[in-house]
Design a protein around this ligand. Structure first.
Ligand SMILES: [Zn+2]
Length: 92
């Protein structure tokens, strides 16, 4: 969701935290899809004739929070794996 603030310019609402942030690279991640990239629309494949800038639905703060959580979860899973294999070795 985007809106235009008369003073601050275009803003976008984060789908995760619900905050409105100015629509620029400081607050959002963008994915640039260059012209010539195949795309799909309604089951048909076509080639993009213009370069588009896709903005992610979560703000940077929410992305980094999620990445931190993912990172911690992976680390914990790995730690448990190591602990389990150490216990197995100890039994022999
Ligand atoms: Zn957010």
């Amino acid at each position: 969701m985007t809106r235009d603030d008369p003073e601050l310019g275009p803003e976008k609402q984060c789908s995760a935290c619900g905050e409105w942030w100015p629509l620029d690279g400081e607050f959002w991640y963008f994915r640039v899809i260059p012209a010539g990239t195949p795309a799909r629309s309604g089951g048909k494949v076509y080639v993009r004739s213009v370069t588009v800038r896709h903005v992610y639905s979560r703000c940077r703060a929410c992305w980094s929070e999620r990445n931190r959580a993912n990172h911690a979860a992976r680390w914990l899973a790995r730690f448990r794996e190591c602990a389990a294999s150490l216990r197995l070795e100890g039994r022999d």
